[in-house]
Each structure stands twice: as C-alpha cells, then as structure tokens.
Design a protein around this ligand. Structure first.
Ligand code: HAM
Length: 375
C-alpha cells in the first residue's frame, strides 16, 4: 500500500491523481511515502529494481488511494485488478492484454461494456501533436475554464481530459492524435485493431480518449460500463507505457497493462443483474422447542452442506421462533419438538405453501439440500 513518493511524482507530475489526490507523508524514518494511488508505477519500480527476465507478465489485486470527492463509484480507497506485461512492444501483446480484460467482463456476464480505443502516438508523433493542441487551445483561451488554463501550461494533453462543462465544446473541436501519428505508430495501431478484429473483440475508436496518468504512449483504452452513471462509468482502462522503465532509471523496456476497478465492476454486475441471487439470506430456519440441542447440531450440519441456515437463541417459544424464521425470509422451517425427538425425525415446513412433511433426522440435511438446489 505504501510506495516511495518519488515513484509517482515521476509518473504523474501533471496529473490530478498525483498533484491533488495523492496521500503523502513522512514516516518515522524520515522517508517520503505515498499511499499508492495506482499499481503500474509500483510494478515498474519493482521491475527496475529486480530486473526479471522479459517478457515479464504480472498481475495484482490491490487497494489504491485517491483523495477524490467521494460519490457513488468514486472512492478514496478502491481496489484494482490489474495486469502488466513488460519487455515487448509487439502489437499482438496489446491485443492479448485488451482481450484478456474484455473476456473477463464477458465471463462475469456483463453485456453493456464498450471498449474505447485510441493511440496516443510515440515519441516521434508527440511533439507535432502537442504543438497543434497548444495552438488550438491558445486560440480559445477566452472560453476555457481557469483550471484548464493552468493545465494547459503543464500539459495540453490533460486539457482533453477536462470534465468541466465550460470546456466541453472547445475539447470536442480539438485536433486528434490519430491525425498526427508517425508512420510507425500508425502501423502499430493498425495492427492492434486488426488483431482485435480477428479475435472478435468489438471496439470503438475514441480519438479524444486520454487517460488520467502521464506515462501512456501508443495504444490506450478504456472499458465504459453503460449500466453505470456516465461520469463514473470506466470499469477499467490501461495502455502502453513504453518509456516508463527508462524514466525510472531502468533499461529501455516497453510495457502495457490495465487496471480494472473492482467496486465499479461489482456495481455494473448489480445494475445488469449479472448474478441473480435470491433475496432471502436464509434457506432453512431450525426451530427447536425442546432444549436447543437439535438447533445447535442441525444448523451446523446444514451450513457444512452449504445450506444457508439460521436458528433462534434464548429458548424462545414456538410462536416467537416462527416469527423469526419469517423475518429472516427463510423458505423452510425445520421444526423439532418432543414428538420429533422421540421419533428421530424433523418436521420440514415450506413457509410459502405451508405444506409440511416429516423426514427422518438422519436424512434431513440431504433432503433440505435437494429442495434448495431444485428451486
Ligand atoms: P485508472 O484509469 O486511473 O488507471 O484506474 C483504473 C480503474 O480503476 C478505473 O477504470 C476505475 O475502474 C478504477 N478506479 C479509479 N479510480 C477510482 C476511484 N476513485 N473509485 C473507484 N474506482 C476507481 C490506472 O490506475 C492505471 N494504473 C491502469 C494501468 C495499468 N495502465 C497500465 N497498466
């Protein structure tokens, strides 16, 4: 969770994530530390430190911290599932990484997720594009927000990322990177697109897609979950960061990866009803009106058999226990009275239909399990 402050100071000097949202502090040993705002910086720092053989493919699930204004889908602590692959700039690797995430959403049965794809060009493409952007924004200075004017000084690319309403019209007319790609970067992008098409991964070109961190080059992408509120609909994103390892003092090593927000994925799953679950939290409620021994044992056995079971405590009356079963939303009540104990049975009552049957104590767990599974 902690990282050397410098790691992020380098990867995001012009970004809100690092400049405004990073938690940083000095520890007792006088080290300048940050609560990690994202995973890629740390992974590349580890790569530079340990120099593993390439291609180096790693994954992580980890908490990240950003001091944003909290709202639905935007938290000060969020979890990311991420992968990073270092050591190759083969466009097929881009296709592999993007497809992995696309298939992950599919496996979760999310259907309303769109892949947005862009290329931010390479070192050769960048200067002419930045010039074009700067000239364009300078010409529209009067209409830009105060914040965007500040960002413009540091990095004109960042202005494209502005979500402020007053900037929208100007941003919509801004020059796009794909018109300024070097021949090499254009060819790389072409090959990524062709690979995605071959594998049947649908995408939309998003020429104004910029990401919230500075290290990106060439392929960049985001998955927009349409089931979520538009301002927080990025369920994951990533791209190439070919200069990052070198920038951190390592050998020149290309890399690509993604980070996908677990909370947003879960919210999208909920919004799309991807995992239908019964509203009731309890399948079977054990009602023991003798001495609680059966409640103790039977609840335990049912849970061991993956049946969601609960019971009452404190030797309540039959009436009171039935009420509790009802409140718990249980579908079955397993009733144990003097008669059942004497006969070695349990009365199983369906609380919806009120039908009941007497089942041998020895068979009751298997019986209930079957009823729960058949539903
Ligand atoms: P990111 O786009 O800043 O990229 O974050 C990745 C994902 O984390 C987002 O698409 C979103 O799902 C989730 N996320 C970000 N901030 C929040 C938040 N405040 N609350 C909830 N979820 C959030 C990165 O962090 C890059 N490291 C991704 C990457 C990996 N690029 C290359 N490799």
């Amino acid at each position: 969770m902690f990282e050397h402050y410098e790691v992020f100071a380098r990867v995001g000097a012009s970004t809100d994530i690092v400049r405004k949202e990073m938690y940083e502090f000095e520890d007792r040993g006088g080290r300048h530390l940050a609560l990690r705002p994202e995973g890629t910086g740390s992974v590349v720092r580890a790569f530079v430190e340990h120099r593993p053989t390439t291609p180096w493919k790693v994954w992580y699930v980890a908490p990240n911290f950003r001091a944003e204004a909290p709202q639905a889908g935007r938290y000060r602590q969020h979890f990311q599932l991420g992968v990073e692959a270092l050591g190759s700039d083969d466009p097929d690797l881009d296709v592999e990484v993007i497809t992995l995430l696309a298939r992950f959403y599919e496996a979760l049965r999310l259907t309303r997720v769109r892949l947005l794809l862009n290329s931010l060009g390479d070192r050769a493409s960048r200067p002419s594009y930045l010039d074009a952007l700067r000239t364009y924004f300078e010409a529209h200075r009067g209409s830009l927000s105060k914040q965007s004017l500040e960002t413009l000084e540091i990095n004109p690319l960042r202005v494209l990322d502005s979500k402020r309403p007053e900037d929208q019209e100007i941003v919509a007319g801004a020059p796009v990177m794909v018109d300024h790609l070097s021949a090499e970067a254009a060819q790389h992008f072409e090959r990524v697109r062709a690979g995605l098409e071959r594998l049947g991964v649908a995408y939309e070109l998003a020429p104004r897609l910029v990401r919230g961190l500075d290290y990106y080059t060439r392929t960049t992408f985001e998955f927009a979950a349409d089931a979520l509120d538009a301002s927080q609909n990025a369920a994951g994103g990533g791209g190439r960061y070919d200069g990052l390892a070198e920038q951190m003092g390592g050998p020149p090593t290309p890399g690509i990866g993604f980070g996908a927000g677990i909370e947003r994925i879960l919210a999208a799953c909920d919004a799309e009803d991807a995992f239908p679950v019964s509203a009731a939290a309890v399948d079977a409620f054990v009602i023991d009106v003798v001495d609680g021994t059966q409640a103790l044992e039977l609840t335990h056995e049912l849970r061991a058999a993956d049946v969601r079971a609960d019971r009452a405590f404190d030797g309540r009356s039959m009436r009171s226990q039935m009420k509790q079963a009802d409140r718990a939303g249980a579908r079955l009540a397993l009733i144990v009275g003097e008669q059942e104990v004497a006969d070695g049975t349990v009365t199983v009552r369906d609380l919806e239909s009120s039908q009941q049957e007497v089942v041998a104590r020895a068979d009751v767990v298997a019986h209930v399990r079957k009823q729960v599974e058949d539903r």
